[in-house]
Design a protein around this ligand. Structure first.
Ligand SMILES: [Zn+2]
Length: 414
């Protein structure tokens, strides 16, 4: 295929992205929160666009929408991402991957040639978990990681249960695991996902696109320091100040993260009693730690634990830990990573590769299927906000490189 056709296809994808934004976004950002009417509109738009290309449309048991173009063989490639977003989100997060897949289908759709391998594009249900707090609903229904007991209890901020919200879709939570059987019947051999980076690394290197060879693992916990609240007139050395212990620990987390080139984030701080004239008797903080290296993840977790014990002792308070979630690092398929780097190099002149800090549906797929991701740079690293953007010239390069990757995987024997 000639250079110009990749770029032409990429321009078509950008057009689709703008069309999607035109009816799902306004001056306050994008509003495609899963299980809301605007998300439904986006899913319907995807169905109609793909139907017009001659693709076969289906909706699985977890409400993920699928488009299929039959290839010369039944061996299939799956391209996926999500059309849902966070409230007041950006126009590219998730949407880039789905429209990128649409771009691939258009190359092989009714106007193009038959692809070597069968091509599927999926718009996964509820990747963000923005309304009910559980991420990757569609892809984890397929991977088997969806915890049904947890899913049954989910509620949104208005107290509406997930089960109640599903009624509008004529869906039952107990049917969600059937999405796995539906998936297995499709003979899918590899999973590809194009996404924006959502961090400023590529921009800082002056790069537009990279192969993503893995996703960091994560350890998430709540840490509660308990002392004795009392009057702000008490002498400092005699206090049992829970907040100061949490603050000391938080500064230590920063140093631990820097030392191992890993991520340590305190995102939540809750002090009790939360009164200006009382030093807190209790302080709970969240700690989210990430690394691509499982040994480093273990080390930063242990060192953070030790730092909390020290901070508690220094401030004469108690500390307890409550682990909430953990996932090991994902390393993507090596063969697909090679093809991905090749595609990036052909388009940009450099085979840039990196790992991802944020989680993606691809992590669910990689549990049982050769998978790979590609990133487009994010301006200022901003995402999950209305300012989220990637300039057209960078988007074009990323989409063109991704379409090259689809072609490579389609031609590849295994
Ligand atoms: Zn996303």
């Amino acid at each position: 295929m000639s250079e110009s056709t990749w770029k032409e296809s990429a321009k078509g994808v950008i057009k689709d992205l703008r069309e999607l934004a035109s009816f799902t976004s306004d001056a306050d950002g994008a509003h495609r929160v899963a299980w809301t009417p605007t998300w439904d509109k986006a899913q319907d738009w995807f169905k109609e666009k793909m139907k017009a290309e001659g693709a076969e449309i289906s909706v699985d048991a977890a409400n993920s929408v699928w488009a299929k173009i039959q290839g010369e063989t039944d061996d299939a490639i799956l391209i996926g991402s999500h059309l849902d977003c966070v409230p007041n989100g950006g126009w590219l997060d998730g949407a880039l991957g789905v429209t990128g897949g649409m771009g691939a289908i258009k190359r092989y759709g009714k106007n193009g040639k038959k692809p070597k391998k069968t091509l599927y594009v999926v718009s996964w249900a509820d990747e963000e978990g923005a309304r009910f707090g559980r991420s990757c609903i569609g892809s984890s229904s397929v991977s088997g990681a969806l915890d049904m007991e947890e899913a049954i209890k989910l509620k949104d901020n208005d107290g509406i249960s997930f089960l109640e919200a599903l009624k509008r879709y004529n869906l039952k939570i107990e049917d969600f695991p059937k999405a796995r059987d539906q998936f297995m019947a499709k003979n899918i051999k590899s999973y590809l996902e194009l996404h924006i980076e959502q961090a400023p690394v590529l921009e800082s290197q002056g790069k537009s696109v990279a192969c993503v060879y893995g996703i960091t693992g994560c350890e998430r916990q709540y840490i509660t320091f308990t002392g004795q609240p009392a009057h702000s007139g008490a002498p400092i050395p005699m206090r049992h100040d829970a907040f100061l212990a949490a603050a000391q620990a938080s500064l230590a987390f920063r140093e631990i993260g820097l030392k191992y080139n890993a991520y340590c984030t305190v995102g939540k701080v809750k002090v009790t009693p939360d009164i200006v004239t009382i030093f807190p008797g209790e302080c709970t903080i969240s700690l989210d730690q990430r690394s691509i290296d499982p040994d480093v993840l273990k080390k930063i977790y242990e060192e953070a634990h030790d730092a909390c014990i020290k901070a508690a002792a220094d401030n004469k308070v108690e500390v307890v830990f409550k682990p909430v979630w953990s996932i090991p690092p994902t390393i993507f398929d090596k063969r697909l990573a090679e093809l991905c780097k090749e595609a990036v190099k052909e388009e940009t002149g450099e085979g840039t590769s990196m790992f991802s800090g944020p989680l993606h549906d691809a992590a669910e797929m990689a549990k049982f299927l050769p998978s790979i991701m590609m990133f487009a740079m994010s301006s200022k690293g901003l995402s999950h906000c209305k300012e989220e953007n990637t300039p057209d010239k960078d988007l074009e390069l990323a989409i063109a490189a991704f379409l090259r990757l689809v072609e490579k995987v389609s031609m590849n024997k295994s």
